[in-house]
Design a protein around this ligand. Structure first.
Ligand SMILES: O[C@H]1[C@H](O)[C@@H](O)[C@H](O)[C@@H](O)[C@H]1O
Ligand SMILES: [Fe+2]
Ligand SMILES: [Fe+2]
Length: 317
């Protein structure tokens, strides 16, 4: 997939956090049948067709050693993430009593983390953060909030480190999905949900389950991991990022929704607006993964200035 896009008119509102993307016309259809407004499209970034392992991106069936370990990851994730598990995790991590540190200190901690669920990248996560942020910076030089959103979107992966509870990978990474309603077929390796205790629970296995149509994603219990954790950290520490930035952090792994169009009946109007920016972001999150590494020390001063603009010096984690 190669998409050429032009500069957006919308300037990320660092001033007004609640400003949303305006109604747009001239829509272009992308993956999953979603439409992305022309004004949210940029020039420049050309999505490569193959990843560093020589496969298409997000190919969960390509024959390889990595494919086997990724599939095993999803088996464990689909069996162990339950409605009750997520509720318990949200409560535990809402305490924010694990650490006190800056955003950049957290970026450096990610030097230690490699994501076992990712078929496209086996570099330390700090490289992925900078690769995606730098790719956005090139195409969206004026949207500093979107660049910073890229820098922080995967910081929640510190949950795998001892100080943060050393959670198993299945409780931290991988695509996310709602609990409390039926598992949609578009989830990768869907078959492993059959062994999830919620699978046969009649309260949880209908289309709406415990939810009602249009209830809004904020009211939906989504599998626990780095997305929801980092959203919580950013919000509770009073970030001034716009709501589209927080939405991206919180739902960027929700591929069944943003790529496949599943679970859309749970969204409200605000979710639908924010989803447009998530589609823009996703291209850079996915296709910037590369073996060409960013010089961390060189770009550090620029990102420190963005962090200072949108976050307090120290955050509770
Ligand atoms: O393997 C990847 C990785 O864990 C990403 O950080 C996450 O956002 C994706 O959804 C997932 O597929
Ligand atoms: Fe992620
Ligand atoms: Fe990512």
């Amino acid at each position: 997939m190669t998409i050429l896009i032009e500069q957006p008119e919308f300037v990320g509102s660092q001033v007004d956090q609640d400003q949303n993307v305006q109604e747009q016309s001239n829509e272009l259809v992308l993956d999953g049948g979603f439409a992305v407004p022309k004004t949210l499209q940029t020039d420049g970034f050309v999505a490569p067709e193959i990843n560093s392992f020589g496969h298409s991106f997000r190919d969960y069936d390509a024959e390889s050693e990595r494919q086997k370990s990724v599939e095993e990851f999803y088996r464990l994730q689909h069996i162990n993430q339950t409605y009750d598990f997520v509720k318990g995790m949200r409560e535990e991590y809402a305490k924010l009593d694990k650490a006190e540190m800056s955003i950049w200190e957290c970026c450096e901690l990610l030097n230690e983390v490699v994501d076992e669920s990712d078929p496209d990248l086996d570099e330390p996560q700090i490289q992925h953060l900078l690769q995606s942020a730098e790719a956005i910076r090139k195409d969206y030089p004026d949207e500093d909030w979107l660049q910073l959103t890229a820098l922080i979107h995967d910081l929640g992966k510190v949950l795998t480190l001892p100080q943060f509870g050393e959670l198993p990978q299945w409780a931290v990474v991988g695509d996310t999905f709602p609990l409390g309603c039926a598992f949609d077929k578009s989830n990768v390796h869907h078959k492993y949900f059959k062994e999830n205790p919620d699978y046969n629970n009649p309260a949880y296995n209908t289309k709406n389950g415990v939810y009602s149509e249009g209830c809004g994603l904020d009211n939906v219990v989504i599998s626990w991991g780095h997305d929801d954790y980092m959203y919580l950290v950013a919000k509770e520490n009073g970030t001034t990022l716009p709501s589209a930035g927080l939405f991206i952090v919180r739902y960027h792994s929700f591929y069944p929704l943003h790529k496949e169009g599943a679970y859309t009946h749970l969204m409200n109007e605000e979710d639908k607006e924010n989803l447009k920016w998530l589609h823009v972001f996703n291209k850079y999150d996915l296709y910037s993964k590369s073996k060409v590494l960013v010089d961390v020390e060189k770009v550090k001063p620029y990102y420190l200035s963005l962090i200072e603009k949108y976050f307090p010096a120290k955050l509770r984690w």
